[in-house]
Ligand binder design. Sequence first.
Ligand code: FAD
Length: 365
Amino acid sequence: MRDVVIVGSGCAGNTAAIYAARANLKPLVVQGHEAGGQLSLTTLVENFPGFPEGINGPDLIANMKKQAENFGAEFLHGSLLEADLSKRPFRLNVEDEWIETRTLIVASGASARWLGLPSEQQLIGRGVSSCATCDGFFHRGRKIMVIGGGDSAMEEANFLSRFGSEVTVVHRREQFRASKIMLDRARNNPKIKFLTNTAVMEVLDPANNLVSGVRLRNTETGAIWEQEVDGFFVAIGHIPNTAVFKGQIDTDADGYILSKGGAKTNIPGVFHAGDIFASGPRGWFHIRRRPRTGRPGDQPDVVRRYQTRNPHRAEQRQAHSGRLRRKHGRRGEVLGIPARRERLCRHERSVRRILRRSKTSSDYG
Ligand SMILES: Cc1cc2nc3c(=O)[nH]c(=O)nc-3n(C[C@H](O)[C@H](O)[C@H](O)COP(=O)(O)OP(=O)(O)OC[C@H]3O[C@@H](n4cnc5c(N)ncnc54)[C@H](O)[C@@H]3O)c2cc1C
């Protein structure tokens, strides 16, 4: 039986693992089909604090994993295939092996929706991106193309116009799904041009391992032509990885987890971290800045709070209290505090408070 299982090994899962491991919860991280998450797909990450020259996404993720492992986190290859969150302990099917856990942190992220072209897939992180906030800066003074017709495409185009010399929005239909205000904003931006009824056939040039242009087709006339671009941004939405929790964890219509505040979900003992959470802009930097809810660092705190209120933890708490007593008893003597009297050091007092509370608490918080 595990205290904490974390589903997902992206930056949210790894951060939750570092905090949970430091809280002595010995977390198990289920890595999933994309070990390291979305950042392992990219090259330079420039907005993570502490790296003035930026850091390669895969290196950053490898460091996070190592850091979590140093504190005792365990990593498991494979994906979560099934979850039974209807009773406790929770039961998780990871590659046909059932794991039981008292608490669960869902950090399974949201995968960008791609066009699915082989050339696009090959050039991800080399001019092809799904995140303007993350990669716009690399395209200063260059020609940029944004694919999509919804609000996020308009938002990305407007944002990218700060960097690019020109931004072309390519949409396969005449009508846009974007809201009027977002569309008007993009239309009024002198740097943004529109190409409607246009589909992308291929991103050029996979042979050179960088984006130099695109091959386009007019869906009405069938005309085919090539256009020079340096940055290719796909903004056709994200797919949250919540299918395995369907019908159990509350999500919005798109499948993003609805937060109950403080990283809680509708199921006590199940928490969320990172991009899987509904609302707010995507991107690791935003996760870090997001107040209270959904911050990966918040989970171990709430997990710990949840577990200290949970009756089945009483035994472990007692053992912990004994350890503290042994440790701080000595300190008490050094400080001249008589050990037999009830003047316990601060840590001991908090342990007692927890024990007292656990005697009166019988629910799962
Ligand atoms: C090309 C690219 C470049 C980016 N660059 C930047 C940048 O420079 N700066 C920035 O701030 N943000 C950047 N982002 C965005 C950033 O990567 C994401 O915001 C961030 O990775 C979200 O972290 P996450 O841990 O929530 O999810 P993810 O990174 O998506 O991780 C999800 C994890 O869940 C796992 N998983 C999914 N389903 C299951 C399952 N059933 N069982 C077990 N595990 C599962 C996956 O294997 C994966 O490990 C970039 C994204 C991309 C695609």
